[in-house]
Design a protein around this ligand. Structure first.
Ligand code: G6P
Length: 459
């Protein structure tokens, strides 16, 4: 029997991954604000994190890394295909992101979703001490709250959805909508990135279950689920201090020099059809072909982190993006002045900070996004008050970062105009906007987010 914990986090992914093979392999902590925010809470409560280690087959043994107990859940090949690539990323992900690609509904995938959620619930139950606090993350595990409540009403259960919760009309497509809503309503607290998602959820819950109440409280079977918007953030101080390191500042200078000291536009995204990378490239291409921009003095750098290549729509988005980059470079690049620099790989936080510091304009233009932490990271890094953030109206971050240049990413003319506006923005206005954005991001960091969540949960 594993040691019982007073505080448990469950997420599809563990905050660490294994590097190396066989006996020589070891755990390495993955970068990310969520891990940093949770680390002190987990340490204080001798907590544990339950999640998938990303491997196919048997789970590795539980392990302690930097004081953090990691309890891996193993997924078989069938579960990776039908649960992770299938139901999570082929049904829920597109449905929750405005059906940008058409979600697929397969009964077999749903069976796997139920099974894997039950396995996670069982793993939590094995480890949860009496009256433990359990914090469940994201769309992969929406059935877990109710599964826990059925057997262990003593637990305090919180759920946070990192992606948007869709409007009722879209959510209604889901053949298993009532089961998912009932799953979530098992939590004491169900929290979302925005007010809109929060309302979408409570309305759907009242419509398709026997739950009753308001936008903030849904009562079902003598239990009350509290519903709140609690927008996530980043570890802004750490990101900023990284961007203040002399080596990072030097790296940023070198990047600019290597790009010919041209004005630099930057995009940093997972390679995902929700991110609007292709539309962004189209806007840049049109600006070049209309000669409103020239490769002599402007360059666009796109960093695309490989993602979910086995899931619906991901190979297609990669092909589209790469074809577009090829087309733009074929037509507009000059010797020594490439129009678009495209990197398909992930970068360390240190390298990212250098790119953020180097960029005159940061384009964060997803078609739909729960929050988008890249926007907040960019702001945290710009201690020099340089740089302009262009932000999609459809990113959760737009609810907070009002002084960014907000744009509808499907409106290519508006995108073009905003890129020009950003490049030409007078220094005074740029500095003023960036200072206001920085106050917001520094004040509301990931530690505050975790505190608010735990306070609402009654920790
Ligand atoms: C989004 C989701 C996370 C997920 C991440 C990476 O941010 O909200 O839950 O972990 O994408 O995707 P992946 O499928 O590689 O875990």
């Amino acid at each position: 029997m594993p040691r019982r914990s007073k505080f448990i986090i469950a997420a599809n992914r563990l905050p660490a991954h294994r590097v190396g093979d066989g006996r020589a392999s070891r755990w390495v902590r993955s970068p990310g604000g969520l891990v940093s925010a949770m680390a002190p809470v987990l340490a204080k409560h001798t907590g544990c994190w339950i999640g998938w280690d990303g491997a196919v087959g048997r789970a590795s043994h539980a392990n302690v890394l930097d004081g953090l107990t990691l309890a891996p859940v193993g997924l078989t090949r069938g579960q990776v295909d039908a649960f992770y690539s299938g139901f999570c990323n082929g049904t829920l992900w597109p449905l929750y992101h405005d059906a940008i690609v058409t979600p697929q509904f397969h009964r077999a995938w749903w069976e796997y979703y139920r099974d894997v959620n039950a396995r996670f619930a069982a793993a939590i139950l094995r480890r949860a001490a009496r009256r433990a606090m359990v914090w469940i993350h994201d769309y992969h595990l929406q059935l877990v709250p109710a599964l826990l409540r059925q057997t262990r009403p003593d637990l305090r259960i919180g759920f946070f959805l990192h992606i948007p919760f869709p409007p009722e009309e879209l959510f209604a497509w889901l053949p298993w909508r009532a089961a998912i809503l009932r799953g979530l309503l098992g939590a004491d607290l169900v929290a979302f990135q925005t007010e809109a998602s929060s309302q979408n959820f409570s309305r759907a819950a009242r419509r398709w279950t026997n739950g009753e109440g308001t936008d903030r409280e849904v009562k079902i079977d003598s239990h009350t689920a509290h519903v709140r918007p609690i927008p996530i953030s980043i570890d802004a101080a750490t990101m900023e201090s990284l961007a203040r390191e002399p080596e990072v500042i030097e790296m940023a200078r070198l990047i600019r020099e290597q790009l010919g000291n041209r004005r630099m536009i930057l995009g940093v995204d997972r390679m995902d059809y929700t991110k609007g990378i292709h539309d962004r490239l189209m806007a840049f291409e049109e600006l070049l072909s209309e000669r409103r921009l020239s490769v002599d003095d402007t360059v666009y750098v796109q960093i695309a982190v490989p993602s979910r290549e086995e899931s619906l729509g991901y190979r297609e988005v990669r092909r589209e993006v790469e074809e577009r980059v090829g087309r733009i470079n074929g037509q507009f690049s000059e010797p020594g002045s490439v129009a678009v620099h495209y990197f398909r790989r992930s970068l360390s936080h240190r390298e990212l900070a250098a790119y953020y510091l180097a960029a005159d304009v940061m384009l964060v233009t997803p078609l739909r996004d729960g929050m988008n932490l890249v926007a907040k990271e960019y702001v945290a890094c710009r201690h020099d008050l340089g740089g302009v953030l262009v932000l999609s109206e459809f990113a959760g971050a737009a609810w907070e970062l009002r002084r960014a240049l907000l744009v509808n990413p499907r409106d290519i003319e508006a995108m073009k105009a905003v890129i020009i506006q950003a490049l030409r923005m007078p220094t005074r206005e740029r500095r003023m906007r960036m200072s206001i954005l920085r106050v917001q991001v520094k004040r509301h960091d990931v530690f505050e987010w975790a505190d608010v969540f735990l306070e609402e949960l009654g920790a």
